[in-house]
Design a protein around this ligand. Sequence first.
Ligand code: NAP
Ligand code: G4F
Length: 375
Amino acid sequence: MKKALITGVTGQDGSYLTEILVEKGYEVHGIIRRSSSFNTARIDHLYANKEILNKKMFLHYGDLVDTSNLNRLLEKIEPDEIYNLAAQSHVKVSFEVPDYTAQVDALGTLRFLDAIREVGLKKVKFYQASTSELFGKVQEIPQSEKTPFYPRSPYGVAKLYGYWIIVNYREAYNIFACNGILFNHESPRRGETFVTRKITRAAARIVTGLQKNLLLGNLDAKRDWGFAPEYCEGMWRILQHEKADDFLLATGETHTVREFTEKTFAELGIEIEWRGGAEKEKGLIKKIDLEKAKSLINHSGNYKNYHFEFSSEVKKGDEIVGVDPNYYRPTEVELLIGNPAKAEKELGWKAKTKFEELVRLMIKSDMDKVLRRGY
Ligand code: NAP
Ligand code: G4F
């Protein structure tokens, strides 16, 4: 039985990767942070499973800013594979906490690599969660593994250090260390403050009367959005490659935040009409189609034959989307679109879920949550 150690196991990707590795027969060890309230919601279903907890999945307290603890964990577990997914992962927040972001995202990676050397784990394979944010102010369209980097946030700059320290330790000490340069990947488990989940959650709350409107920042930013579980499978494939290397995972399509918003509301039978510009831009309800909303909800599995009605507050002409400049970033990444040809050719990896299906599965899930839990 192979042993994997995952940092960031309570995050979106960590939770999917744990499921994938348990399914493949791994013994999975996850590092969790101590928190004043519960932070394990995404892995609670695994935690509650008696066949999995302490048989196939083991949890350990730890933090990427605590070196002594990392050394102890490596000595105790002696993993075959390490997936370093822990990070302060929010780009906008990194402008508010740049030092902490560097401590975790940049130096946290170095601490781990050094712990591997100190403990003397010669055969371990190391996956680093690198990011399309490295491309920032893009120097080429689409971006590939060969495109020069130009990060545009403290997060991007910290991840740039992470990227290069991986390359350096691979070349200097022959550690099997790989970068996965992953473009945005989303899911129903995406944190609620990232734009896709913010939109799908708000749309579900608006049509049920729990929220009046949705305030966003830059509506014209473009992202290459894929489905998270497929990208986590890609992480595993990167470590199974015969030689340590860096790979980019993306769908090869790009869409604006505005399109994501329109498509989300369209799934709920609401057509948006945009008025005004820049900070004054508003999204108004142009048309409402109750049958379309019913069909999405009735096909969600849990709500077959459920009698859905829009909240009485939802009417034609309502302003349901607005712009709040507080969500703008001091420096923005305007356009990301990846070329995943190398991963397709050498790993046999390809993104299957494209934009429309991704939006549909996320809005279905948030409607389900709102109807089931009422929030
Ligand atoms: P996420 O949902 O924000 O999860 C981040 C994880 O890191 C959480 O488990 C968090 O723990 C943990 N963490 C944060 N600071 C830590 C610290 N000091 N010590 C130990 N653990 C810490 O992020 P994600 O979307 O799953 O992304 C996973 C990784 O891929 C991140 O490194 C991210 O930067 C990178 N990435 C993500 C994407 C994407 O589109 N999702 C694309 C490219 C790269 P808590 O639960 O306690 O907060
Ligand atoms: O959803 P976002 O916050 O994701 P962002 O900044 O692209 O970062 C995510 O993907 C990276 C991979 O490229 C990861 F490395 C990183 O860890 C994270 O997972 O924002 C996407 C776009 C941005 O251009 C942002 O300015 O949406 C724009 N946006 C517009 N309104 C908004 C909002 N973003 C957020 N979070 N909230 C808004 O209200």
